[in-house]
Ligand binder design. Structure first.
Ligand SMILES: C[S@@+](CC[C@H](N)C(=O)[O-])C[C@H]1O[C@@H](n2cnc3c(N)ncnc32)[C@H](O)[C@@H]1O
Length: 300
């Protein structure tokens, strides 16, 4: 794919994850998130001044980039800066944001490693920095938040999406293997997450919650809200795909922690030729609760 006018040329993450291989799954997730993200973007854009500058740090495949572009376009325009370390993802986010921007929003991609980039020198000072599910991939999360804060204009907002509740997709008893498979997969994935954090080179523990991190980084008016991404009822093909992707991801990162009987059940659930194939079930769903911590840089 041709590059879309990206600024700078460094590109790697610190977490050992092959993000470009996840691009198609991430795009599918963006489609399911679209309505929820539109509401969140509108809420975050409301207090911004005219023609604001917004940064989407760790923009992924661009679900929120598109929502922010739409929100800025609806209020007369502005500048949207997308930052990510993975070129394929940054291109996808740029294309998604430009498609949603409607001509009045200037979309500018910046290829940068947020683990050490001096963000303030790469982006114009921002009235809003949105950073969703990226800070936990960086070695020193507190330091990363301080650098995100450094990119804020006086009075600017940092919105940091980290945490919430574990995603749910499956009924408790699938009739394959023992009941409670989803809970055991979530427990196994949490252990993988702890290992992933430990294995990030230079990893530093963050022994406080996000409201304290934001306050310690000098922000005021610190608060938080949570939002749901929910798709219930007869599953659409996208919901079935999300359930399969969730199962595949969990087994990929944490399958080695599972009991043999759970591994056998998962094999059947992921096999399109098995009559237990998850993709043919009518009782899968998407339920996610995500928390956004918010804080404001003082006007002075
Ligand atoms: C879990 S995804 C989140 C994407 C998007 N913000 C969302 O909520 O859907 C994490 C993103 O952070 C990016 N990322 C991970 N480590 C990074 C780093 N050191 N510098 C810049 N981006 C990084 C990945 O490329 C990926 O796009």
């Amino acid at each position: 794919m041709p590059r879309l006018g990206t600024v700078r040329g460094v590109a790697h993450t610190r977490d050992g994850i092959d993000w470009s291989a996840r691009l198609e799954d991430m795009k599918r997730a963006d489609a399911l998130d679209e309505e929820a993200l539109r509401v969140v973007a509108g809420r975050l854009a409301r207090p911004l001044p005219d023609s604001p500058t917004v940064v989407d740090a760790g923009s992924g495949s661009g679900g929120m980039s598109a929502a922010l572009a739409g929100a800025l376009g609806a209020r007369g325009g502005g500048t949207l800066v997308l930052v990510d370390a993975v070129p394929e993802l940054l291109d996808a986010a740029t294309a998604a944001a430009r498609a949603a921007a409607g001509g009045r929003v200037h979309v500018r991609p910046v290829l940068a490693d947020l683990a050490d980039a001096d963000l303030a020198s790469l982006v114009p000072s921002a009235h809003l920095v949105w950073a969703a599910r990226v800070v936990h991939h960086l070695p020193d999360q507190g330091d990363a938040v301080t650098r995100l804060v450094g990119a804020l204009a006086p009075g600017g907002w940092l919105a940091l999406e980290e945490g919430g509740l574990d995603s749910k997709h499956l009924p408790w008893d699938l009739g394959v293997g023992e009941p409670g498979l989803q809970d055991r997969l979530i427990a196994a994935r949490r252990e993988w997450f702890a290992r992933m954090r430990q294995d990030v080179p230079g990893s530093v523990r963050l022994p406080v919650g996000w409201n304290v991190v934001l306050a310690e980084a000098g922000l005021t008016d610190v608060t938080a809200f949570s939002y749901l991404v929910e798709h219930q009822g007869p599953p659409t093909p996208a919901v079935r795909a999300a359930a399969l992707e969730w199962l595949g991801f969990h087994v990929g990162v944490a399958g080695d922690q599972l009991h043999t009987s759970d591994r056998a059940a998962v094999r059947r659930l992921l096999d399109p030729d098995d009559d237990a194939w998850l993709g043919a079930r009518d009782d899968v769903f998407v339920l996610q609760a995500r928390t956004v911590a918010l804080g404001r840089r003082s006007q002075a």
